[in-house]
Design a protein around this ligand. Structure first.
Ligand SMILES: [Zn+2]
Length: 408
């Protein structure tokens, strides 16, 4: 058994700023093994309640255990096409802490520098009027409309109204001629090319959740307010968390999340102790703990960026794909999202290992999170009931008109 001393414990007496040499991770698995210290895992329930300021999130690599959750989140960073991540578990299991700690690892992306999100593609497809006047001027002068920027974590406030989410009329801009400028961007537009995190997603109203899921599925959405309308890109990785004790998620919503992780508290007492120590070190001096992990965080960042770039070279053979689809069918899963998510997650997993062909091992490493909670209890029950009904009906018909000696 791992003693707490053998884990990479923070040494808070180190000088601030003294980063350790960066460790090289050769695969996502290695990174995860490091990240969990192969030990602890309950997540940091103490952290969830302490109202931490975001600028200094708990280091992702210092989170103890919870490998499934960490893997799912990293796959989402490598390949946004996994189709969102749902974390299901009771309070105090570190779901929110883990999501916020992703701030350490967020990669670079190319994004519009304009408030209205204007892109060169808009001009290429819609002409110069498709962007705001300022961007039109920039474009004409040959200046770039985009710049490299870090992916951000956008959190949906629990009390958000539909208007906050999709956007609404900007009264101050009501006299402007450009329609796009008369609508205030909503949270969904701000989430473009970012991560959108929704805690307690099962408590959101239906109209808000439908708007979010539609935008997530299309990658684009249009707001109409009277005569004014505007269209925004909304290509984000949706991360939801929920406590099943506090309300169910409609099955059609559940289906629209790609990866599903069931998050439980840490079971191993050593892990709990290790988690406690790290949380205490963090609360005493967050910067010192963060500095302890600076080298590893840099290395992990680099790895994730490489994996993202490598992803487009990774493919899945037809042979393996059809075996996997047969397995899905054997499990009685109807939704096509099952294989899309499963294959995209396996591609991300292979990309993290710098391989170009998805292996059966890649598929099995991510199978549970892609396939769990997909079998419809309702449909299974429905078919069963229907079967029962058929049998009963047949029996009744048999007694009604049964010839005295029936063979079957
Ligand atoms: Zn613009």
């Amino acid at each position: 058994m791992t003693t707490p001393e053998s884990a990479p414990l923070p040494q808070i007496n180190n000088l601030p700023g003294e980063a350790q040499p960066a460790r090289q991770f050769r695969s996502l698995k290695e990174l995860l093994d490091f990240a969990s210290g192969k030990e602890l895992a309950k997540s940091m329930e103490q952290m969830g309640d302490s109202g931490l300021a975001e600028p200094l999130p708990f280091p992702f690599l210092a989170l103890v255990g919870q490998n499934d959750m960490k893997l799912a989140l990293m796959l989402g960073l490598i390949n946004p096409n996994v189709g969102g991540i749902l974390l299901v578990g009771p309070r105090g299991t570190g779901k929110t802490t883990a999501v916020r700690s992703l701030l350490d690892l967020l990669p670079q992306t190319e994004r519009s520098t304009c408030y209205y999100g204007c892109l060169p593609e808009d001009i290429e497809t819609g002409g110069i009027d498709a962007v705001c006047p300022e961007c039109a001027k920039k474009y004409a002068e040959g200046q770039p409309l985009t710049a490299s920027d870090r992916v951000r974590l956008v959190e949906l406030p629990l009390n958000a109204r539909l208007e906050d989410v999709v956007g609404g009329i900007d009264e101050r801009a009501a006299t402007l001629r450009d329609e796009r400028m008369r609508i205030k961007r909503g949270i969904l537009a701000q989430a473009d090319k970012n991560l959108l995190y929704i805690d307690e997603i099962n408590l959101l109203s239906d109209e808000i959740i439908d708007a979010i899921l539609d935008a997530a599925a299309q990658g684009i959405y249009t707001v109409r307010r009277g005569p004014v309308s505007a269209t925004y890109r909304a290509r984000f990785v949706l991360i939801g968390s929920m406590n099943p004790e506090e309300g169910k998620l409609r099955p059609q919503i559940l289906d629209r999340f790609g990866l599903r992780v069931v998050v439980r508290g840490l079971e191993n007492p050593d892990e709990r102790l290790e988690a406690y120590r790290r949380v205490t070190a963090y609360m005493t001096n967050p910067r010192a703990l963060i500095n302890q992990y600076a080298g590893e965080i840099n290395a992990a960042n680099h790895e994730l960026q490489e994996a993202r770039a490598h992803l487009r070279h990774v493919r899945l053979s037809d042979d393996l794909a059809s075996q996997a689809i047969q397995l899905i069918q054997k499990m009685g899963i109807d939704s096509l999202r099952a294989e899309i998510t499963w294959f995209e997650a396996a591609r991300a997993y292979a990309a993290a290992d710098a391989r170009e062909l998805v292996s059966a091992q890649d598929l099995s490493a991510v199978a549970r999170m892609a396939l769990r909670l997909r079998r419809s209890a309702f449909m299974a029950e429905y078919f069963n009931q229907q079967q029962d009904e058929e049998t009963e009906l047949e029996n009744l018909l048999n007694t009604l008109a049964a010839p005295p000696e029936r063979e079957k």
